[in-house]
Write a protein that binds this ligand. Structure first.
Ligand SMILES: [Zn+2]
Length: 280
């Protein structure tokens, strides 16, 4: 498998990480995208891949840095000639978001395209969206994906109905890649990450940055810090930990972040950057 980090930035704007959360996994000829943050289509083009080539999209949750360019991605696939279905899976509310894009935001654009090309496939037939929860989401002869709820602010009192956030585990070629999504340590993540070959984790803050109540709250309930991701990876027994979703920080803080992870985790550690490719 090939794992491409397309975007490793966050809502905190950072010229060094212009694209936000999106990654691509290639299983043989199949191309699977997880999250469609800012710049996803342009980042795919940098890898000589276009949205036309992608069969499947998984969405972890509905923060805008994870779905900012979902509409652009789907419209690009359609406009550039895709006629085979594109499957989109995501937590409850994903179908509603796609419907809003097609029936509201881009309704006139789509009507214009169909007026000029009446024989074209309607994008609403092309894109197959299904809201999903924990369990096996997709299974073929060559790969399967399992989802679990993760804790991305839910322990503050938001139910998984109000704010459903998923992590995923992709199994193929006898290996497992876990996409934790944005989360702190939780049972769902434990199950997804157990003995995985690769765990991709969002790591927003280095432990050194946690110097105010707002950041304390973040690392307790919303998104794991550097020390926490090392603990999570060590406890799960993963072989390789890939970090992404860094808040903009100095080189010195990035070094301290690495040290924090290393204090708990002795496996292979990759500090992700936009357009990084990892062979799994
Ligand atoms: Zn988020």
């Amino acid at each position: 498998m090939k794992l491409h980090l397309l975007g490793t930035g966050t809502p905190i704007l950072d010229r060094g990480r212009p694209a936000t959360t999106a990654l691509l996994i290639e299983v043989g000829p199949e191309k699977i995208v997880f999250d469609t943050g800012r710049g996803v289509t342009g980042q795919l083009l940098q890898q000589n891949i276009t949205p036309v080539d992608v069969d499947t999209v998984f969405i972890t949750h509905h923060h805008y840095d994870h779905i900012a360019d979902l509409g652009e991605f789907l419209l690009s696939a359609w406009h550039n000639g895709r006629t085979k279905p594109i499957h989109v899976w995501g937590p409850s509310g994903t179908a509603q978001i796609v419907a809003a894009l097609f029936d509201q935001v881009y309704a006139r654009d789509i009507a214009f395209a169909l007026f000029n090309e009446p024989d074209a496939v309607d994008i609403r037939q092309l894109v197959k969206v299904v809201d999903v929860g924990p369990g096996v989401v997709y299974e073929s002869d060559t790969w399967r994906v399992v989802a679990e709820y993760v804790n991305h602010g839910n322990s503050l009192g938001l139910s998984t109905i109000e704010w459903p956030c998923l992590g995923y585990r992709l199994e193929a070629e006898g290996k497992a890649i876990t996409i934790g999504g944005d989360t702190v340590a939780c049972e769902g993540l434990d199950r997804l990450a157990r003995d995985a070959d690769v765990l991709v984790m969002a790591c927003y803050l280095a432990d050194q940055e946690i110097d105010n109540p707002a950041f304390e709250r973040l690392v307790t309930h919303v998104i794991a810090s550097s020390g926490q991701v090392g603990q999570i990876a060590a406890q799960a027994g993963v072989r390789m930990l890939v970090l992404t979703h860094f808040r903009k920080k100095s080189a010195a803080l990035m070094r301290s972040l690495t040290d924090d992870v290393r204090a708990n985790f002795s496996g292979e550690l990759i500090i992700g950057h936009d357009l990084m490719m990892i062979e799994v």
